[in-house]
Write a protein that binds this ligand. Structure first.
Ligand code: HEC
Ligand code: HEC
Length: 272
């Protein structure tokens, strides 16, 4: 019971730390706009298209699937542009004359990225086998949550594949140090009594460090009482999966992540 409570309060702390550390979304939006980039396209899609076509373009009550269907994937950008600007007369697809050409292009680029994720399902993987690898052999679940189970030192991967292509997912698994977020780098401290702790800094100021170790425990440390703090330019995540797992096993993992992002945490039978 006491143990459960402790775990609960730790989770609360983590949720709190997450909020404090979250980057200001405004900045991302602005830079996205400046570049006419993916962020703007995503926003337009969410506010203008998702009500009918679904957040992932997979279709809804008022509009068909425009991300998985091959006919739509095969349409040229020009054809898509005409559909969005002119609508499809006599159907529920309205004309979006009020969107400027740049906005329409941005939303089409975003739609292409959704279609790219959709074709990630076409990796020759077996999502159920991927699930077994995730929770077994590869030990991903020691650190990551997926579909409501697993560890919580690293991010929850339940919806990760919704915004990443198959290649990005594969790279994230085989090359975890490539785009390492400095906040997620490995921190190794030595305490006054010579104990070494390895983990991720959850919160830090001039005097204190909250270090979360791989087992999930949060350590509240006073910096003056530490013998050393070392920030290592690498992720806690093992970087040898490319050699530990076969190509097929990596495909299985990717399919598993794609399938839970689409369903509700359970690996789904792939459509088509
Ligand atoms: C009010 C609901 C609604 C909204 C909002 C909407 N659509 Fe549609 N859309 C539809 C319907 C219904 C169809 C099917 C038209 C038909 O039957 O051919 C469609 C068709 C399409 C098609 C063609 C699919 C095909 O089979 O050829 C594309 C592409 C598309 N929409 C993109 C978009 C984009 C991008 C947006 C946002 C800018 C958007 N839609 C907003 C309802 C909507
Ligand atoms: C020892 C802990 C650990 C293990 C084991 C581990 N990871 Fe990670 N993983 C991390 C950390 C830490 C990060 C950095 C960012 C974060 O918190 O997600 C990360 C990042 C990721 C990311 C990128 C997430 C993002 O939001 O950018 C993916 C995808 C991922 N891991 C998948 C896996 C898979 C699949 C496995 C098993 C094959 C695995 N990881 C095993 C700790 C781990």
């Amino acid at each position: 019971m006491a143990r459960k409570l402790l775990r609960f309060s730790m989770l609360m702390l983590l949720a709190y730390a997450g909020q404090v550390c979250a980057p200001p979304p405004l900045q991302a939006q602005q830079s996205g706009k400046a570049a006419g980039g993916a962020v703007e396209g995503k926003q337009i899609f969410i506010t203008t298209c998702a009500a009918c076509h679904g957040l992932d373009g997979g279709g809804g009550e008022h509009g068909p699937d425009i991300s998985h269907r091959r006919e739509v994937q095969r349409l040229s950008d020009k054809a898509l542009l005409q559909i969005v600007q002119g609508g499809v007369p006599g159907t529920g697809m309205p004309a979006f004359g009020s969107l400027g050409a740049d906005q329409v292009k941005a939303v089409i680029r975003y739609l292409r990225s959704l279609q790219g994720q959709a074709s990630a399902a076409e990796v020759s993987g077996d999502p159920r086998h991927g699930q077994a690898i995730f929770f077994g052999k590869a030990g991903c679940s020691q650190c990551h949550m997926a579909g409501g189970e697993g560890g919580f030192i690293a991010s929850d991967l339940s919806s990760y594949a919704r915004t990443s292509s198959a290649d990005d997912i594969r790279n994230a698994i085989t090359d975890p140090n490539r785009n390492l977020n400095p906040r997620k780098r490995t921190v190794v401290v030595t305490t006054a009594d010579g104990q070494t702790l390895t983990g991720i800094a959850r919160n830090e100021d001039n005097f204190t460090l909250q270090l979360q170790t791989t087992d999930g425990t949060l350590h509240l440390l006073a910096k003056t009482e530490l013998r050393s703090i070392e920030y290592q330019p690498r992720s806690l995540m093992p970087d040898d999966y490319a050699s530990r797992l076969s190509r097929q096993e990596l495909d299985d993992l990717v399919s598993y992540l794609v399938s839970i992002a689409r369903g509700n945490g359970k690996p789904q039978a792939e459509p088509e």
